[in-house]
Structure formats: structure tokens, C-alpha cells
Design a protein around this ligand. Structure first.
Ligand code: BGC
Length: 449
């Protein structure tokens, strides 16, 4: 057995220390986040895009049969949802579809043909009818109306060649026409964070019509982003993954990852590159490869998938965290999947590094959320609700506790206890349906009034 040498222990400890964000650095991040929200809202620049959403909080009584579709990652989903206006809404049938790597780099028409085909499959299962459609577009877009959304640069590794600058609602409508689905009308385009926010309010008001609306919608999955309700200023999509006030926290692994990736370009999506599921496995891979380069431990990584960028995914980090066996057999299984062999001590180091990277992600997300809450309520005097969805938050053991601990550490127990976190499932289904139903009710009211 090759024990790790003291110099290796030192390298591991240094990497672990580098991923430890200090409370002072996190406080600074929170302040900068709040400042950048003000700047963005006033049109004075900054990395937070502060995009308008043209949505309002739901009453809880939205009703009707609606088609929803969601595109924002490798897997998309179309469904028919029946909103009764009284709480939980059944998803009548759904169709999950997967994009190929070629489609991620292909044309917009090809992507929208995949999306329209899925819509066709769910609609065909029902008697012919007119359907409003809620389109969850989980990438940055500048909305000019609830049904007009101009695509900005893509994120999460997508590079569709001819999308930027075009209205995604019009592109989807054209694909629906190509497919003969003239009775499906795009009623609303919304970011996934907005769907999460509004779904939480819809559910709460389904139980109690007087319930306070949720304050922030957060997604933490492949990507990350927030949509807060800013009161009179309305609900905004911050595109918080693009927040760039991270200099005091970044490690050299973060800096190299940012510099070497072309999509998103260097300098873009800085917070997302340090905190979301798409990047955490890659940070672990980079840190381990760096330590192995010294040549005295982690020899079993040579020739493995650790040579390939993005080979480690965040689902594997969740499995590493869930392993409580004495021999770290679960960590071993993950490493073997990646064609790497290891000693027990090395597995311990892998586990510690993985934990440190995810812990830092939770602290970054917590500090950024406090930035938003402080913008809404500088003294954090009122009760607030954050609605959350996403695979990293939902899948990583104990993630929410890490965020809660960060709240306590940064604002004290009393203020932290006023922050409620609600994990909502299915925001891109029912949440999107609520948005589309509200939009089509409004447009009917306008045309008849
Ligand atoms: C996108 C956001 C989205 C988030 C979560 C980010 O990469 O830019 O629009 O809300 O991922 O899906």
C-alpha cells in the first residue's frame, strides 16, 4: 500500500484550505451582490442582468388545461397540466426528451424541432383543443413582453449557433407550425427561477388565499440563478450565475477553469462556475489532477477519465458524500466508474476535497441569497420565503443545512430563523402552467374588455 507522503498531505491540505471561504469574504460578497442589484436595476451596469419577467404573483385560482415545455439542459420535458384553481395540479401526461451533443452546438431550428415534436406527442394524447403554452426557457433572455423573449448568450455549455438576438417564442411558434400544431399558442416564456417562485406562491395560496407570496425563486442544478419579487419594481430574473464579485473567494482552480473555457466565455457566469452542478465535479477533477501531478500519490488516476474535462459530475459528488462505509467503498465505486484505482487514504482525501468544494458552493449560494434578501429588506426584519428547485440542492445530502448554517454565520440566528426555505418539486411543470394560465387569462380579459 502506498501511503500518501507528508508532501502530499500538504498539497491536499492546501487545496482544502483554498476552498474554505472566510466569513469576511462572504460578507463582502453579500454586500457587493446587493450593490450590483441596485446598479443593474438603475441601468448602471454590473454583472447582474436584472431582466424583466412580465409576470405577477399568482392568486392561487389560476385554472385551465395548459401545455408546458421546458428547455434548459440536456433533458427537456413537455406536459399537459390541468389547473383546477384549487391547489395541486395533476400533470396529465408528460414526455421527457434528450438533446444530443450535436444539437447543443447545432441550429436553433433543429433544437426547436425537438421541442415541438415532444409537444406534439403530449398534445396528441388528448382530444383536439386550443392550448396556451408555457415555455420555460432556462437560459438568459431579455423579455420585451410575456410572449417575446430575446435570447442572450447561452450558458451551461450550449452554443446553438443562430439563437442569440432572436425571439425564442417566435422560434418555438414557427417550429409548432412546421409540425402542424397550430392550436398550441405560446402564451408565456419564463425562466425556471420564475416558475419556481410562482409555483411556491400558487401552492401556498391554494391552501390559504391570503398567504404571503414567496420572495425569491432559486435554482441550483446544472446552473444556478435567482428570481426575486422586488415589490413595486416587479419580479426580475437576476441571472445571478453571472455575478462576478467572487475575486476574494476564487482559487487558482476556479481561475484556470474560467480562463480555459470558451463557453461560457472567460469572465461570464463566474458565480455559476464556482457553485453549480455543471462545474463542481470539474473543480474536483482539476484539484486531484493537480495534486497527482506531483507523482507521489493518486497514481491510480493515470490514464483514467480524470484526464477528460467534465468527466466527473455532481451526481457522483452526491454519492461520495453519502458514503459512510469505513473503507469508503462508495467513493471507490465512483472512482472505478471513472476507471481510477485508489488506496483508502486517497479516497479519504477525495472525499474531503469533494466535501470542501460543495460546502463552498453552498456558502456562496447562501451569501448571494442574503445579498438579494438584504436588497428587499436591508434589516432582514420580516419573514421571507425562498422557493428552491434543482438537482444539486435536492440531490446532495445535507445541502440545505449547509446553506442554513451560512445564514446563521453571516446574519445571526434570529434573522436566519426568519428565512424560510421551501423546496418545490416540478416547478417547470406546474409552475410554468400557472404562468401560462395567468397570461392567457390576462390576454382574454384584454381582448374582451
Ligand atoms: C441560466 C439561467 C437559469 C439557470 C438555472 C443558468 O445557466 O443562465 O437562466 O435559470 O442556469 O437553470
Amino acid at each position: 500500500m502506498t501511503l500518501m507522503s507528508p508532501s502530499h498531505d500538504g498539497l491536499v491540505s492546501r487545496a482544502l484550505a483554498a476552498f474554505e471561504a472566510t466569513p469576511a469574504a462572504l460578507q463582502g460578497l453579500t454586500r457587493e451582490f446587493t450593490d450590483q442589484m441596485s446598479r443593474g436595476l438603475a441601468g448602471r451596469g454590473g454583472s447582474l442582468k436584472m431582466l424583466r419577467t412580465f409576470t405577477r404573483q399568482p392568486t392561487g385560482r389560476e385554472s385551465g388545461r395548459v401545455v408546458v415545455v421546458d428547455w434548459g439542459g440536456t433533458k427537456g420535458r413537455a406536459a399537459v397540466v390541468a389547473l383546477s384553481g384549487e391547489g395541486p395540479a395533476p400533470v396529465l401526461n408528460e414526455d421527457v426528451f434528450t438533446f444530443t451533443d450535436a444539437q447543443k452546438r447545432g441550429t436553433a431550428a433543429a433544437v426547436f424541432d425537438v421541442v415541438a415534436a415532444a409537444i406534439g406527442r403530449v398534445v396528441d394524447a388528448h382530444p383536439p383543443a386550443d392550448y396556451p403554452l408555457g415555455f420555460v426557457y432556462s437560459f438568459p433572455a431579455r423579455l420585451e413582453a410575456i410572449d417575446r423573449a430575446i435570447a442572450l448568450a447561452l450558458t451551461k455549455g450550449w452554443t446553438v449557433v443562430d439563437l442569440e438576438g432572436h425571439d425564442v417564442a417566435a422560434l418555438l411558434s414557427a417550429a409548432l407550425r412546421r409540425r402542424g400544431l397550430a392550436r398550441v399558442t405560446v402564451a408565456a416564456v419564463a425562466n425556471d427561477t420564475v416558475a419556481t417562485l410562482l409555483l411556491q406562491t400558487y401552492q401556498a395560496r391554494g391552501v390559504d388565499p391570503e398567504a404571503r407570496p414567496a420572495d425569491v425563486g432559486l435554482i441550483l442544478g446544472t446552473g444556478t440563478n435567482q428570481a426575486p419579487d422586488l415589490g413595486p419594481a416587479g419580479i426580475h430574473n437576476l441571472e445571478s450565475g453571472n455575478f462576478d464579485g467572487v475575486a476574494a473567494i476564487e482559487t487558482r482552480y476556479d481561475a484556470a477553469l474560467d480562463r480555459e473555457l470558451t463557453d461560457p466565455r472567460p469572465g461570464a457566469q463566474r458565480l455559476e462556475k464556482m457553485a453549480s452542478g455543471r462545474y463542481l465535479g470539474e473543480l474536483l477533477r482539476r484539484a486531484l489532477v493537480d495534486i497527482a501531478a506531483d507523482g507521489r500519490a493518486f497514481g491510480g488516476l493515470a490514464g483514467s477519465a480524470f484526464d477528460t474535462p467534465f468527466a466527473v459530475d455532481s451526481e457522483q459528488l452526491s454519492r461520495i458524500a453519502a458514503d459512510h462505509t469505513p473503507g469508503l467503498d462508495g467513493v471507490d465505486a465512483v472512482l472505478r466508474e471513472l476507471r481510477a484505482t485508489s488506496e483508502r487514504e486517497e479516497r479519504g482525501a477525495v472525499r474531503d476535497l469533494s466535501d470542501a468544494i460543495v460546502r463552498r458552493a453552498a456558502r456562496l449560494v447562501g451569501a448571494a441569497l442574503l445579498g438579494t434578501l438584504r436588497f428587499i429588506d436591508p434589516a432582514l426584519a420580516e419573514g421571507r420565503t425562498i422557493a428552491v428547485d434543482g438537482s444539486l440542492w435536492g440531490g446532495y445530502p445535507g445541502f440545505e443545512s449547509l446553506v442554513r448554517e451560512t445564514f446563521v454565520e453571516l446574519v445571526g440566528r434570529e434573522a436566519a430563523e426568519r428565512i424560510e426555505i421551501a423546496f418545490v418539486k416540478d416547478s417547470t411543470g406546474t409552475g410554468a402552467a400557472v404562468i401560462a394560465a395567468a397570461a392567457s387569462e390576462r390576454s382574454q380579459a384584454c381582448s374582451s374588455g
